[in-house]
Write a protein that binds this ligand. Structure first.
Ligand code: FES
Length: 570
């Protein structure tokens, strides 16, 4: 490889007005790290490390970095690790999504600003993989994704459990009085037993799967458990593959295309993946100038069956999917529906990959295309007077008995209002009502938290009610389940119709018709528009101010307006 095509440490010199001096100064400093000059002339593979003690899902990253470096060195490159922001889902306030774009900016600018020829992105926890793909796409260099891999499951009193669907299941039992404080304390100690990301088909697992479907990850590596030796071998192979990517001249924009985004949506629908993923895919696509429309998602959903039944909807965990054949098995089933000419990071097309790989599949976990779990995809977008720009329902995780229904709205105006009243014994609520949460969308002060999984009011939970229709502009954890309508757009804080719903109003949903309507006449709504004060307020400084000024709504991926491929004016 010539230095011209892969300038390595000579790339993007610091500007002193004298490029020879800048190169000399950079090499003088680099030599202080003990590298020989021949090493410093090699192509540079940047390794984006997201290790953080605020992110348990990433505690194995240092071992993965070591293994990636092995692969890079063996393939003739110079591996240089660099840190970026890490986002540990349960540690961040107000929510990890608030920081996703900050991480994407950090990744983009460090990939572009530092002298590397290709980048290995090591992510895992929910927002990290989308942030890395968004940033790397905007930076435009060759890039390859590696993930920390899923956690392994554990046992508690004979019961198999793993984060975090079981976290919610046991919490529901605790709230219903079926488990006492000592019991829930014991469960707390057993839910997250290993390094890695949540053990179910939550957002992290979904985004890992979609990254493989996009062609951004080595075949078969999305599902390898975090603690399996194969995970380290995958990391080593990823380091070597980064060098091959460079030699082949494949850039990230050659891999993430309109067709590969559509493949990823197919896989999202077939695996019953997280609702968050549609926001993330929309944002990733937006960095490449590709629009993901919810109407198109509905078309794909109507023609993509559900093939995989992991928790939160089914009985299985990610380690089961791995043993059953992984994402490769899903892709092989979906083959007639996929764009097989999409390029991948190995230099093979998706079609070549699928033709070459082993055919093993465990049909208990990955169903055949002609014998699916459900004939249509896991997600559906609803539109109507309550959500003119769409809302999302994970129908794979919902109760079909609630799909065609009109009911009374019980409205909570904020998360604080929800917390204050949901368990009030005097709350006027019936099992047939719709619970509505306002002001939890992108423009709200809480920046679209995973609060859409409104708890069943305690008095109903204790009476045995397991599910109700819940509607909000919030998101929902990929590990949650129920008949939950999310991402209502425009959100309440930006003045969408959701802001004007009042307790006692009637709402109608029809999954068959893809509708969600507020049954209040226009004159009354106009009156409410005049008198309702919106919850959005402009933060006075810093990143929060930038977020508020730049954030796009859910149907545009919640990216920042100026970071998309085609920024629009305010
Ligand atoms: Fe990190 Fe679930 S908390 S993946």
């Amino acid at each position: 490889m010539s230095e011209d095509s892969h300038p390595g440490l000579s790339r993007g010199l610091t500007n002193y007005g004298d490029s020879d001096f800048a190169r000399y100064l950079r090499l003088a400093n680099a030599r202080s790290m003990g590298y020989s000059t021949s090493m410093l002339r090699k192509p540079v593979v940047g390794i984006a490390s997201t290790y953080s003690e605020f992110n348990n899902c990433h505690r194995s990253v240092p071992d993965l970095v070591k293994a990636v470096k092995r692969g890079v060195l063996a393939a003739g490159g110079l591996p240089l690790e660099f840190p970026t922001i890490s986002l540990g889902e349960p540690y961040l306030n107000p929510t990890a999504l608030f920081f996703r774009n900050l991480m994407a900016m950090d990744t983009e600018e460090m990939v572009r600003g530092q002298p590397m020829d290709v980048v290995v992105l090591i992510g895992g926890c929910d927002k990290t993989v989308p942030a890395q793909l968004m940033g790397a796409l905007s930076a435009g260099l060759p890039a390859i994704q590696l993930v920390t891999g899923p956690q392994s499951t554990n046992r508690w009193r004979g019961e198999r459990l793993g984060a975090c669907t079981d976290c919610r299941r046991f919490w529901g039992r605790f709230r219903a009085g079926e488990l006492n404080q000592a019991g829930i304390d014991e469960v707390e100690g057993q839910l997250v037993a290993t390094a890695g990301t949540c053990a179910v088909m939550g957002t992290a697992s979904t985004m890992a799967s979609l990254s493989e479907a996009l062609g951004m990850m080595l075949p078969g590596t999305a599902t390898i458990p975090a603690v399996h030796a194969d995970r380290l071998r995958a990391a080593e192979a990823t380091g070597a593959a980064a060098m091959n990517l460079l030699r082949a001249g494949i850039r990230i924009g050659d891999v993430i295309t309109e067709k590969s985004i559509e493949n990823a949506i197919r896989v999202l629908l077939a695996i019953g993946g997280s609702t968050n993923a549609i926001i993330h895919l929309t944002a990733i696509a937006g960095r490449a100038g590709i629009k993901v429309s919810l109407d198109r998602m509905n078309e794909l959903s109507d023609t993509t069956p559900v093939l995989v039944d992991l928790k939160p909807t089914g009985p299985f965990y990610m380690e089961d999917l791995h043993e059953a054949g992984g994402i490769g098995a899903v892709l092989r089933e979906l083959k007639p529906l996929l764009h097989l000419d999409c390029m991948t990071v190995t230099g093979e097309t998706l079609g070549q990959r699928l033709a070459a790989e082993a055919q093993y599949v465990d049909r208990n976990v990955v169903r055949a295309l002609d014998a699916p779990l459900q004939p249509v995809g896991g997600l559906v977008a609803l539109f109507g007077s309550l959500a003119p720009r769409g809302a999302i329902l994970k129908r794979a995780a919902a109760d079909p008995a609630l799909f065609e229904k009109e009911a009374r709205a019980i409205v909570f105006t904020s998360l604080e209002d929800l917390a204050a009243r949901i368990d009030d014994p005097d709350l006027d609520v019936e099992p047939d009502d719709f619970l509505v949460l306002q002001n939890a969308g992108p423009l709200s002060p809480t920046a679209m938290p995973e609060a859409g999984y409104l708890p069943i009011p305690q008095k109903l939970a204790r009476a045995g009610v397991k599910d109700m229709v819940r509607i909000s502009d919030a998101r929902m954890s990929g590990t949650a389940y129920g008949t939950i309508v999310l991402h209502v757009t425009p959100d309440a804080a930006s003045g969408g119709p959701l802001a004007f719903v009042r307790t006692g109003d009637r709402i109608r949903i029809s999954v068959a018709d893809r509708r969600i309507d507020l049954l209040v006449d226009e004159a009354e709504l106009a009156q409410r528009r005049q008198t309702t004060k919106l919850a959005a307020s402009v933060p006075s400084r810093g990143y929060a101010r930038l977020f508020h000024r730049e954030i796009l709504l859910a149907d545009e991926g919640c990216d920042f307006r100026s970071l998309t491929a085609h920024p629009t004016r305010d």
